[in-house]
Design a protein around this ligand. Structure first.
Ligand code: PLP
Length: 409
């Protein structure tokens, strides 16, 4: 008999939707052509690629030629940032371009910016966040200057679910453009947002936007970058056969791209209904935890705030060690996370919680629990019961971190 398993780590990745699998299948067998070939096999692949591009473009209000498929969101973030810096050098001759990023970006943005600072002398300015994980557009205005080529602020954070004020950021950049004639591009990483929030690029006012397939019930290994007015803003970072309008060479992953486009359509179609459902389950989970573990505290925006993703929970358990809790949960079949999936490979405490609270204690004792399409009420009951028991067993009876309704000796 298979032991019980409950997956509560939907921000790390999602299973591939059954109907997505079905639309991909023909492209893994009979329809295997290279989209660059002129014969019928190539034409079949190329039509599937065109159709997928059109679908993704329509879903975000972009033009057909503004969607660049990549091998991941990490690659899309690299293309946006490195591509903008490269263009600034090649087109405007800027020797020390400046990039502004928020303090809570995903590693694929943070590390890329750091690498550019080391390798090409770019200046990196960090936009700090408040205790709920929000950037302040007024603070951005202070950082913008004539060397700024790119501002990159994520649409929604992967650890605490804070939804950043992208429209206000776009307005601040526009104001700066009007006053100075300098045109910094605005990039947003919408990887965690796409399933839950409207992502129309014109409404948001962004020039570049990253999305990922495997966070929205599509296959792994596919991402996309929206690039406004494609030839203007960025240079390629992968060169070769000139695929993807010259911005990302390499034979296209047709099965993956077809699956991604299908997953994106489904995600956008069920957005509102699914938001309500996961939000209800997420709130129930927190209520149950709080009613037994009074000292537990929420990290990030209020649960009733529209500024928080509906599927995200991040809880601080004072005096606990998240990695120990995580292992204990895993032993009981419950999959949660101590931060982002990438970070769990290193023992460093979450840079997001550190940026929000200014200390490591909070970062060390917090768990991220994220809900998704497979989450049920029964899972919430079982998972909360197990976590409450684990914390109860780990906590020192002499502390105030006792289980209410239970006598601890
Ligand atoms: N950006 C954010 C906000 C993420 O959460 C992730 C994945 O965890 C990525 C980028 C990287 O996505 P991918 O796994 O497609 O490279």
């Amino acid at each position: 008999m298979r032991s019980m398993r409950i997956y509560l780590d939907y921000a790390a990745t999602t299973p591939v939707d059954e109907s997505v699998k079905k639309v991909m299948e023909p492209f893994l067998s009979g329809l295997f052509g290279n989209a660059g070939s002129l014969h019928v096999y190539g034409q079949e692949a190329s039509s599937a690629l065109d159709l997928s591009r059109e679908k993704v473009a329509n879903l975000i209000g972009a033009g057909f030629r503004e969607i660049i498929f990549t091998g991941s969101a990490t690659e899309a973030n690299n293309l946006a940032i490195r591509g903008a810096v490269k263009k600034a050098g090649s087109k405007h001759g800027l020797s020390k371009p400046k990039i502004i990023i928020s303090a809570i970006e995903h590693e694929s943005v943070l590390e890329t910016a750091r690498d550019l600072a080391r390798e090409s002398g770019a200046e990196i300015a960090i936009l700090q966040v408040d205790k709920e994980g929000f950037v302040n557009p007024n603070e951005l205005e202070k950082l913008l200057d004539k060397n700024t080529v790119l501002v990159s602020v994520m649409y929604a954070n992967n650890e605490v679910g804070s939804v950043e004020p992208i429209k206000e950021i776009a307005a601040a950049i526009k104001k700066f453009k009007n006053e100075t004639g300098v045109y910094p591009l605005l990039h947003t990483d919408a990887v965690q947002a796409f399933q839950y929030l409207p992502c129309n690029v014109a409404d948001l006012g962004v020039d570049l936007m990253t999305i990922s397939s495997h966070k929205i019930y599509g296959p792994k290994g596919v991402g996309a970058l929206y690039v406004k007015n494609i030839s203007a803003g960025i240079d390629p970072i992968i060169t070769g056969g000139g695929q993807e309008f010259g911005l990302r060479s390499g034979t296209e992953n047709i099965a993956g791209i077809v699956g991604f486009a299908s997953a994106a359509e489904i995600a956008a179609g069920i957005r509102e209904k699914e938001n309500e459902r996961v939000e209800r389950l997420r709130n129930l989970f927190y209520e149950k935890i709080k009613s037994s573990l009074r000292e537990a505290e929420l990290n990030g925006p209020n649960l009733s705030s529209p500024g928080r993703l509906p599927n995200n929970l991040n809880i601080y358990f004072p005096r606990s060690k998240a990695d120990e809790l995580l292992i204990a949960c895993s032993t009981q079949g419950i999959a949660v996370s101590a931060g982002s999936a990438c970070q769990s490979r290193s023992s460093a405490p979450s840079h997001v919680l550190r940026a929000m609270y200014g200390n490591d204690e909070r970062a060390i004792g917090s768990l991220r629990i994220t809900f998704g399409r497979g989450t049920t009420g029964k899972e919430i009951d079982t998972a909360t019961g197990t976590i409450i028991k684990i914390i109860g067993e780990k906590s020192n009876p002499s502390t105030r971190f006792a289980i209410s309704g239970q006598t601890r000796t």
